[in-house]
Design a binder for this molecule. Structure first.
Ligand code: ARG
Length: 468
């Protein structure tokens, strides 16, 4: 029989591809990531072909064993993938045929590289999603521990990056745990939706051969069974876009965290010191301790968003079914996944090594202006309508500004002149500890509420087998 496959060209072509065209066409330098999934998919396909009576049991066994060898050879680095063979699929099949001969030539009925790559990519994407879920959970453990340690640590909360109201550091850190919790859910969802097997959809139109798609779906742990439309199955990259979106939003969350660390570690803020293992020095300025890792958490988000935009843009306007443009969806997916994995990998250590300057935070939280809202609420407790209370405290703030003193610096005469309701006991509401402790509303920053939320998160993480 004829020689080894050259890409997908077979006997149809008399000559080789133009070298520049071949370079543009090749995907092996990135789809090598699909090696293990490709081998796994091919083994499932071969076993099914045996049961369907399309190949002999002996050939099936030879193919499965041969594929194991192919995988080992390529994975160990003992053998390089050949770009002349275009992609990982042709490399695997071609090497299989070299190793086991005729039996290897019986692997490919009832499938195409189109359903093959869709299957491989889904296997990759599902595994990546679950891996990212685990990494997110480790980051949540670290945030949970710091939140527990700082349930009662006071600091200013900000809106518009202006000091607004006193909150607790534990509450602030748990805000990130919330974001990461939603990110987790998005990866879990995306993984679940990707659980239908495209294998057996052929190039676009299925096959007339009596294959069993449910069987290969089951072997490959596609719990949703086979896909329902061959045209859609070979051209669907929604799962890649969903994961890229989940990665992009995760990266946006990590960028916010990174930005706060950059800001908080400035001399001007001085709220936190990053662990030495997460800083770098300057080649020129000996005193520098730069928050590079936090900056990169921030910067990587641009790249993740770019990956998502690339994926969506490549997919738009494609006619049914497969088009080679789809090959271009691979790299953004890999990049989004690998960027997310890299960023998440630093989170547990970075968070654990944060040294918060509790004294500086507390001092900033002592700013009496932060208590203005709490004062107004205290007046409401004494029966004053909120709008009137807002006005009274507004006048109080203006008076303090005129006198160039803080709210606490106003004397009894000032208070009386502004409103009779401003008794010393009302003014006690300015105490930051008291103010924040009162905000026990569900989702509020009071230490008691932080402890409750920490306990809730701990229970969730413990149920996942982690030790928060
Ligand atoms: N490397 C290709 C991809 O990523 C595999 C499928 C090739 N199919 C084809 N008809 N040329 O899409």
């Amino acid at each position: 029989m004829a020689g080894k496959p050259s890409g997908g060209r077979g006997a149809r072509f008399a000559g080789a591809m133009d070298p520049a065209a071949a370079a543009l066409n090749a995907s092996v330098h990135f789809d090598r990531r699909l090696l293990r999934d490709d081998v796994r998919g091919s083994q499932a396909h071969a076993r099914m072909l045996v049961v369907a009576g399309l190949i002999s049991a002996a050939d099936g066994d030879a193919i499965v064993a041969g594929l194991d060898r192919v995988a080992t050879e390529f994975q160990s680095g003992g053998r390089a993938l050949d770009p002349a063979l275009e992609d990982v699929h042709m490399n695997v099949e071609s090497r299989l045929i070299e190793l086991i001969g005729e039996a290897g030539r019986r692997l490919h009925p009832a499938r195409s590289r189109n359903d093959q790559v869709a299957t491989d990519l889904k296997l990759y994407a599902r595994r990546a999603a679950l891996d990212i879920v685990s990494a997110i959970d480790l980051a949540r453990v670290a945030l949970c521990r710091q939140a527990r340690a700082h349930a009662a640590t006071l600091l200013p909360g900000y809106t518009h990056l202006q000091r607004a109201q006193v909150v607790t550091l534990g509450h602030h850190l748990l805000a990130y745990a919330e974001m990461l919790g939603r990110d987790r859910g998005r990866f879990v969802d995306a993984e679940r939706r990707a659980a239908e097997s495209p294998l057996g959809s052929g190039a676009l139109a299925g096959t007339g051969l009596p294959i069993d798609r449910a069987r290969t779906a089951e072997t490959l742990e596609f719990s949703g069974g086979p896909t329902h439309n061959s045209l859609d199955a070979v051209s669907d990259r929604d799962f890649a876009a969903e994961i890229a979106f989940a990665c992009a939003l995760l990266a946006v969350h990590l960028s916010r965290f990174g930005e706060e660390l950059v800001l908080w570690s400035t001399t001007e803020f001085g709220f936190v010191r990053l662990g030495e293992g997460y800083c770098s020095g300057s080649s020129l300025m000996p005193q520098k301790r730069n928050p590079d890792v936090a900056e990169l958490l921030r910067g990587k988000s641009g790249r993740a968003i770019g990956d998502l935009v690339a994926l969506l843009t490549i997919s738009k306007g494609l006619t049914l079914a497969y088009n080679k443009d789809l090959q271009e969806t691979q790299e953004p997916l890999y990049d989004a996944v690998e960027t997310a994995q890299q960023s998440l990998a630093v989170m547990p250590g970075l968070v654990a090594a944060l040294e918060f300057d509790v004294g500086r935070m507390r001092a900033a939280a002592e700013d009496p202006a932060l208590g203005a809202t709490d004062l107004a609420e205290e007046l409401v407790r004494h029966g004053v309508p909120f709008r009137s209370a807002h006005e009274v405290i507004g006048r109080l703030v203006r008076r303090a500004e005129e006198k160039k003193v803080t709210l606490r610096g106003l004397d009894a005469g000032d208070l009386r002149a502004i409103d009779a309701a401003l008794s010393p006991e009302v003014m006690a509401a300015l105490d930051p500890g008291r103010a924040v402790a009162a905000r026990t509303v569900v989702g509020g920053p009071a230490p008691a509420m932080v402890e409750r939320e920490v306990a809730r998160l701990e229970a969730e993480l413990t149920a996942l087998g982690l030790e928060p």
